[in-house]
Design a protein around this ligand. Structure first.
Ligand code: ZN
Length: 79
């Protein structure tokens, strides 16, 4: 395991921000969601086409997101 060194281009961990609570975590610790016309789809493979978003993989964050989703631009689309 390499130490996390910023700016060296090695051992870099992608960081994503939870759209529910705003916590920043390593991408691998987050659940990826994709916005489809049918609604939010969890994308476990990380390869589904569509606008991706990340959320903590916790019940609390999923519930919060459902309550607050009108606040989030990602759910409105931009047509
Ligand atoms: Zn969260």
């Amino acid at each position: 395991m390499e130490p996390a060194v910023v700016g060296k281009g090695r051992g870099h961990t992608p960081i994503r921000t939870c759209i529910s609570c705003g916590t920043k975590k390593a991408k691998k610790e987050m659940a990826r969601l994709v916005v489809r016309e049918s609604g939010l789809v969890r994308d476990d493979l990380g390869s589904t086409k569509g606008r991706g978003a990340y959320i903590c993989d916790t019940e609390a964050c999923r519930e919060r997101l459902m309550k607050n989703r009108r606040r989030h631009r990602v759910f409105r689309g931009d047509k």
